[in-house]
Design a protein around this ligand. Structure first.
Ligand code: GLN
Length: 458
């Protein structure tokens, strides 16, 4: 714990932590020492973790990287973090993210972007000093793990926010099946898509953390009452006899050749390890991104209605109560959040609801059915690239068109729309020395197969 606290202090330029909690960390580490000495070690005894600042932590400021939650100290603990402390983990601090988890580059945080610890190689092999994004929205979690500022981190994934930053930083991340982890006490973005999961250095670490984070919770009616397997035990199971599907619709136009090659390489590794690799079809893939960017903002606009200046954090006075609401929301929310609220309110409005929201929900059913058919045909898991590109420099995408940023989610949002588990594993480096990731998509509640196949690729 002390070594990590020291490392965090030296790496403040990365802006990965919004809040460091050294006193709490050392107190928790002390308890861990006692437990270890008494031979009563719990499963995660003494492991120092970073917590995405979207998880409410009792008595510790929780901001969702938004000005509107400035100074908010929850008087409750999220179930996921509660489970980690129950098992002996130590909290190092709260990690930066895109504001309300909306973004793909961690540039929308009200507290400044996170800088990736990675740098490109220049053409002559020397370093290129361009600062790169860590991906988002769990950019702080991914950068902190990659820079060794924690052993593992919590993260959340609504449309790729665990898997895409894991791919950009050479770390491992899993979005579990919807319902595997409780959403209670996690700031809501799009409730039908949001899932918590871990980012860590290895498939094994990720499996260990998920075993603690997961589990039924009476406080979240969408959390599923199924036993939590020992995910670590699945890691070395191998892939002999499994069938891995390669979806032809994921060969999108403009995908860099090196990502295409890596995808092929991943398939070869799985085949060499005893899996059968087959081509599969997910015909409604091309509708997933537009449908996601209707469903997610619609739910966000509803979830974010609660930030009214009365109940949480920031309050900006106005001449009457409506004026106070307006002034608070105008000052408290950033541009991307306002954009989502406007899109969401529009697609839910009378007259447009059927044309946009209902159609998007229908598409969602079709996407889910595509996956069901592939799994019914005997496929155990699906292999795809995690992202259509490696990490990019600051401002390279954000300044252009917001839609360009949304396109980065093309391979990840389908998984949230269908509620399936998805694991991102680092699989190689591009010509500039930046990490590239592959994604494994599983059957509902079959994270174990993903860990087994991920271990073969890692
Ligand atoms: N990039 C996506 C978005 O901005 C995903 C966000 C997420 O998974 N939290 O909506």
């Amino acid at each position: 714990t002390q070594a990590h606290l020291d490392a965090i202090e030296k790496a403040r330029v990365l802006n990965a932590y919004l809040l460091e909690t050294p006193d709490r960390a050392l107190a928790m580490a002390e308890v861990a020492d006692q437990k270890l000495a008494a031979g009563e070690a719990r499963p995660l005894e003494g492991l120092p973790l970073g917590i995405k600042d979207l998880f409410c932590t009792h008595g510790v400021t929780t901001t969702a990287a938004s000005k509107i939650l400035e100074g908010f100290q929850p008087h409750y603990e999220s179930t996921v973090t509660h489970n980690l402390w129950r098992d002996g983990a130590v909290m190092l601090g709260k990690l930066n993210l895109d504001e309300f988890a909306m973004g793909s580059s961690n540039e929308t945080s009200a507290y400044g972007p996170v800088i990736s610890p990675w740098r490109r190689k220049g053409p002559d092999g020397t370093g290129d000093e361009t600062k790169l994004v860590p991906g988002g929205s769990s950019g702080g979690s991914a950068a902190a793990v990659a820079a060794r500022l924690c052993l593992g981190a919590t993260a959340t994934d609504t449309g790729g926010s665990i898997r895409q930053p894991a791919a950009f930083t050479g770390t491992v991340g899993i979005k579990p099946t919807y319902g595997r982890c409780s959403r209670w006490g996690t700031v809501a973005f799009a409730s039908s898509l949001d899932q918590a999961g871990p980012i860590a250095r290895t498939v094994r670490d990720t499996a260990i953390l998920l075993t603690s984070m997961a589990g039924h919770d009476d406080k979240d009616t969408t959390s599923v009452n199924l036993p939590v397997p020992d995910f670590e035990a699945a890691v070395n199971r191998g892939v002999k006899g499994l069938t891995i599907g390669i979806p032809k619709e994921y060969r999108v136009e403009g995908m860099p050749a090196e990502i295409e090659r890596l995808w092929q390489q991943g398939a070869d590794w799985l085949r060499d390890a005893g899996a059968k690799v087959v081509e599969v079809s997910l015909p409604h893939t091309r509708y997933a991104l537009p449908a996601y960017y209707i469903v997610a903002p619609a739910e966000a606009s509803s979830n974010l209605a609660r930030y009214d200046g009365v109940r949480y954090g920031l309050r900006v006075p106005g001449k009457d109560i409506a004026g106070m609401y307006e002034a608070t929301r105008a000052a408290g929310f950033g541009r991307e959040v306002k954009r989502r609220i406007m899109i969401g309110t529009y697609v839910l409005s009378a007259g447009y609801y059927d044309a946009y929201y209902v159609r998007a929900q229908q598409i969602r059913t079709l996407i889910k059915r595509d996956f069901e058919q592939v799994y019914a045909s005997g496929v155990d898991a699906i292999l795809t690239p995690t992202t259509p590109s490696a990490a990019f420099g600051f401002g390279e995408k954000a300044k252009a068109d917001p839609v360009e940023m949304y396109l980065l989610d093309v391979f990840t949002v389908t998984v949230n729309m269908a509620g399936l588990p998805g694991l991102a594993v680092p699989a190689g480096l591009d010509a500039q020395g930046l990490p590239l990731g592959l994604q494994l998509i599983g059957r509902p509640f079959d994270e174990e197969t993903l860990f087994a196949a991920g271990q073969v690729i890692e």
